[in-house]
Design a binder for this molecule. Structure first.
Ligand code: UN1
Length: 496
C-alpha cells in the first residue's frame, strides 16, 4: 500500500526498499520501508553541487525563479491527497491535518510566487548633493534546511520556496523518522523542475541522513544559512556552531504555549480552541497548547466541559474518522509517561494520559490526551514535553496571568480568550505576552503562512514563512551612487 502511494508520488522503488535504516509507521509500528542514510561525504558532495547551482540561479531574474515555485504549487495541488496520506502514514497525522499540511505548502508557494516580484529594497535620501542611496537584496548562497518529524513537509516548503525565489539553492536534511515524505517532496519538486526546463541541477536536494549529515551542513562555510526546526537541545548545538563560522541561522525550537482564559471569555469558543490546540496532532506541534492559565471564577466550569470533551475524543488510526492519532514512537510515549509521573510528584492531579489500543497495536503508541491540574508552575510545566499534556494553572488577577504566561524559558505562541478589550490589547502590548505569536480568541496553533512564524527566548528567535521573513534568506547591500562632478564626503569632512 505504501509502495503504491510512493509510486504515485514518483518515488523510485529502490529509494525506499534498499538501505539499512528502517522506516516505521506510527499507526501500527510496522516497518514500511528502508532507506539508506548518507553521511558527511555525500552531504558535502550535495553542498558542492548546490553551490554550483546557486552560482547560476542567482542570475536568473527573480520573477522567473518564481515561475519554478508556481509550477511546484501546481504539482502539489495535483498530488495533495496522496502526499497528505503519506504524511498520515509516516507522521501519524489525521487525514484532515495531513491535507492541511500540504495546503500549507501550496499556500506558501502562492505567497512566494507573489514575492518573486516584490523583493523590494528602499531608496534612501543621501545627505550629499548629486548622490542617491538605495538598498538592494541579493541571493545569499546555499541554504541548509533541517526539519523535524512533526511537520515533515510544510516546514521544508516554507524555507525552500522563499529560498528559491530569493535566488538560493537548498540542501534539506529531514528527520530520520520521516524520510519517505521527504523523498516524495523531492520527486514532486523534480516534476516542477522538468516543466520549468532549464533550472541548474542540484538546486534543491535532499540528504537522508542522521547526525553526521546534519553536522556537515552546520559546519560547512558554504552553507550561508542554516534553518533548523526541532528541539531546544538541538538548537543549542546548531546555533553556536553556525555562529562560530559567522554563518546565519534561523532557529525554530521548542514552544511552551499558554492560553489565558479570562472570566469574560466566550467559553464555547474557548473549549473548542483548547481542544484543537491541545489535542490536535496528538500534542505534537511546536505550537501545541501546553498550559491553560484559567481564572478561578470559570475554572470549574471549563474543566468540567473540557473533561467531557476529552472523554469523547476519538483516538485511533489517523486515516479513519478519529481526532487523535498515535505518538510518533515509543520514546515519545515514555517521555509523556515520565512527565506525568513528575507532575504527580510536583503535586499535580492527572486526568487521562493512559495508553490506548495497546492490544490492537502492541507496537504503536496511542494515548488519551491528559489534563493536569498543577498547584504551581513547577519544573515539569516549564519543560516542553512533545505529547498531549495540558497543564492547568489558576489565576486571580490579570497581572498574575501575564506573569505566568511569560515565566517559562520558551517564547513561541500564546493566546488569550477574553471579551475585555483592555485585557486583549494589554496582552498584545509591549508589556504583554513575550512570545512571537500572541492571539486573541484563537488557540495557539494553526497559524496561517502570511505572518512571520517563530518565537523568542529558547524558541530561538528565528522567523520563517510570511511577512518579511524572506529577508532572512537574502543579503542586504547598501549602494551609494554619485552622479555629480564633485566628490563631497559624508559628515561634511574636508580632505583636500
Ligand atoms: C511546527 O509545529 O513545527 O501554526 C509548525 C501551526 C502550523 C505550523 C506548526 N502552521 O501550528
Amino acid at each position: 500500500m505504501v509502495a503504491a502511494l510512493l509510486k504515485r508520488l514518483g518515488v523510485a522503488d529502490q529509494a525506499h526498499s534498499r538501505g539499512d535504516h528502517p522506516v516505521h509507521t506510527p499507526i501500527d509500528g510496522s516497518r514500511i520501508a528502508s532507506v539508506e542514510l548518507v553521511g558527511k561525504v555525500q552531504t558535502t558532495a550535495a553542498i558542492d553541487h548546490a553551490q554550483r547551482a546557486f552560482e547560476a540561479w542567482r542570475d536568473v531574474p527573480a520573477p522567473r525563479r518564481g515561475e519554478l515555485v508556481r509550477l511546484f504549487g501546481e504539482v502539489l495541488r495535483r498530488h495533495k491527497a496522496d502526499l497528505g496520506e503519506l504524511v498520515s502514514v509516516e507522521a501519524g497525522k489525521i487525514t484532515q491535518e495531513g491535507l492541511g499540511e500540504v495546503q500549507e505548502m501550496i499556500d506558501i508557494c502562492d505567497f512566494a510566487v507573489g514575492l518573486s516580484r516584490q523583493l523590494y529594497g528602499l531608496t534612501i535620501a543621501s545627505e550629499r548633493p548629486g548622490h542617491h542611496m538605495r538598498e538592494t537584496w541579493h541571493p545569499l548562497g546555499v541554504v541548509g534546511v533541517i526539519s523535524a518529524f512533526n511537520f515533515p513537509v510544510a516546514v521544508w516548503a516554507w524555507n525552500t520556496t522563499l529560498a528559491l525565489v530569493a535566488g538560493n539553492a537548498v540542501v534539506w536534511k529531514p528527520s530520520e523518522k520521516t524520510p519517505l515524505t521527504a523523498l516524495a517532496c523531492q520527486a514532486l519538486f523534480e516534476q516542477a523542475l522538468k516543466a520549468f526546463g532549464d533550472a541548474p541541477e542540484g538546486l534543491a536536494q535532499v540528504v537522508i541522513g542522521g547526525r553526521e549529515a546534519g553536522e556537515a551542513l552546520v559546519d560547512d562555510a558554504r552553507v550561508a544559512l542554516v534553518s533548523a526546526t526541532g528541539s531546544t537541545r538541538m538548537g543549542r548545538e546548531v546555533g553556536p556552531r553556525v555562529a562560530a563560522r559567522f554563518g546565519r541561522s534561523i532557529l525554530e525550537l521548542g514552544g511552551n504555549n499558554a492560553m489565558i482564559l479570562a472570566p469574560s471569555a466566550d467559553l464555547d469558543l474557548a473549549v473548542r480552541g483548547i481542544l484543537f490546540s491541545a489535542v490536535g496532532t496528538a500534542g505534537q506541534r511546536c505550537t501545541t497548547l501546553r498550559r491553560l492559565i484559567v481564572h478561578r471564577a470559570v475554572k470549574d466550569e471549563v474543566l468540567t466541559r473540557l473533561k467531557a470533551a476529552y472523554a469523547k475524543v476519538r483516538i485511533g488510526d489517523p486515516r479513519q474518522d478519529n481526532l487523535v492519532g498515535p505518538l510518533i514512537d515509543r520514546q515519545s510515549f515514555e517521555a509523556m509517561q515520565g512527565a506525568l509521573a513528575q507532575a504527580r510528584d510536583e503535586g499535580g492531579e492527572v486526568f487521562g494520559g493512559a495508553r490506548q489500543l495497546a492490544e490492537r497495536y502492541p507496537n504503536a503508541y496511542y494515548v488519551a490526551p491528559a489534563i493536569v491540574e498543577m498547584p504551581a508552575q513547577s519544573a515539569v510545566v516549564r519543560h516542553e514535553t512533545f505529547a498531549p499534556i495540558l497543564y492547568v494553572l489558576v489565576y486571580d488577577d490579570f497581572e498574575e496571568a501575564l506573569r505566568l504566561n511569560n515565566e517559562v524559558p520558551q517564547g513561541l505562541s500564546s493566546c488569550i480568550f477574553t471579551t475585555d478589550l483592555r485585557e486583549a490589547e494589554r496582552f498584545q502590548s509591549a508589556s504583554g505576552s513575550d512570545c512571537g505569536i500572541a492571539n486573541v480568541n484563537i488557540g495557539t496553533s494553526g497559524a496561517e503562512i502570511g505572518g512571520a512564524f517563530g518565537g523568542e527566548k529558547e524558541t530561538g528567535g528565528g522567523r520563517e514563512s510570511g511577512s518579511d521573513a524572506w529577508k532572512g534568506y537574502m543579503r542586504r547591500q547598501t549602494n551609494t551612487v554619485n552622479y555629480s562632478r564633485e566628490l563631497p564626503l559624508a559628515q561634511g569632512i574636508v580632505f583636500d
